[in-house]
Design a protein around this ligand. Structure first.
Ligand SMILES: [Zn+2]
Length: 269
């Protein structure tokens, strides 16, 4: 008697059709427990429903300073819940994500890059047939999968943000919030934005530490260096233009100005 397909296998089957080799963008063959790039023959493991597309078998279990990636993530989540200011920012971000998704037609495929345990899963799952939770760390995406409301419609993968393992325009849209300022140097941060715009066909909600924001300008006036990991608005607009996209909307979490600028980039039809 045939066994019923596992839920994780059905999500992986949906995901596999969208993927390409992160190293060479070549087509992938789907084997039972791994994906193999046809042109460059690299293998990418499928481990318990998570596609490991970083190209290196990094062990998330190895603790850094006695704390694993997942433990650090959970500690940061608890700290955010204990801090009124950070909680207000999280609520405001959730509002921005929900508003953006409501302004777009329903999607077949959405990517949450830097998913951090599924913080935007709820509105994103409601807006798409397949949500792809992605993060650099396997343990973090696995945590997001475990919190999914509708597991057959949630796929998960580990990848490098500047080497996304998708075919060109494979996804309807993507959300990448409060990740880019953690990516350095500048060239890698810009490569990540290029990659996000390469793989979406309709829209991208993206946030960045705006070099010209009031907090950064004020630091410069006081002779202190700007906060790290900045991008310039003009640079974001130029990269969008290179991919046939425009900045359709911009806002911050605070009307008085904050470092993070949230932009909706839409591809021209
Ligand atoms: Zn390849």
């Amino acid at each position: 008697m045939n066994e019923a397909p596992r839920i994780v296998d059905s999500a992986i089957a949906l995901l596999a059709d969208l993927l390409a080799c992160p190293a060479c963008h070549g087509a992938l063959e789907h084997h039972s427990d791994w994906l193999r790039c046809v042109p460059c023959r690299r293998d990418y493991p499928l481990r318990d429903g998570v596609a490991l597309m970083t190209g290196a078998d990094e062990s998330d279990a190895a603790p850094v300073d006695g704390e694993s990636v997942l433990e650090r993530h959970l500690r940061q989540e608890r700290a955010a819940a204990d801090s009124g200011r950070r909680l207000r920012r999280l609520r405001r971000e959730l509002h921005i994500v929900t508003d953006t998704l409501c302004s777009q037609p329903a999607s077949d495929t959405l990517l949450a890059l830097g998913c951090r345990g599924g913080r935007f899963s709820s509105p994103m799952q409601s807006a798409t047939r397949l949500l792809i939770e992605a993060d650099r760390h396997e343990a973090v995406v696995r945590h997001a999968m475990e919190r999914a409301m509708n597991p057959p419609r949630v796929a998960a993968l580990a990848c490098l943000p500047e080497r996304l393992p998708f075919r060109d325009r494979a996804l309807d849209g993507a959300v990448c919030v409060r990740l880019s300022h953690r990516v350095s140097p500048d060239s890698r941060r810009e490569a990540m934005l290029h990659e996000l715009l390469r793989v979406v066909s309709r829209f991208l909600l993206f946030s960045f530490n705006d070099a010209a924001s009031l907090p950064n300008l004020s630091r410069r006036l006081r002779g202190r260096p700007a906060y790290g990991g900045t991008l310039r608005y003009d640079t974001v607009a130029d990269i969008a233009d290179a991919h046939g996209a425009v900045i359709a909307h911009r806002e911050t979490v605070s009307p008085l100005g904050s470092r993070q600028q949230y932009v909706v980039l839409e591809k021209r039809p």
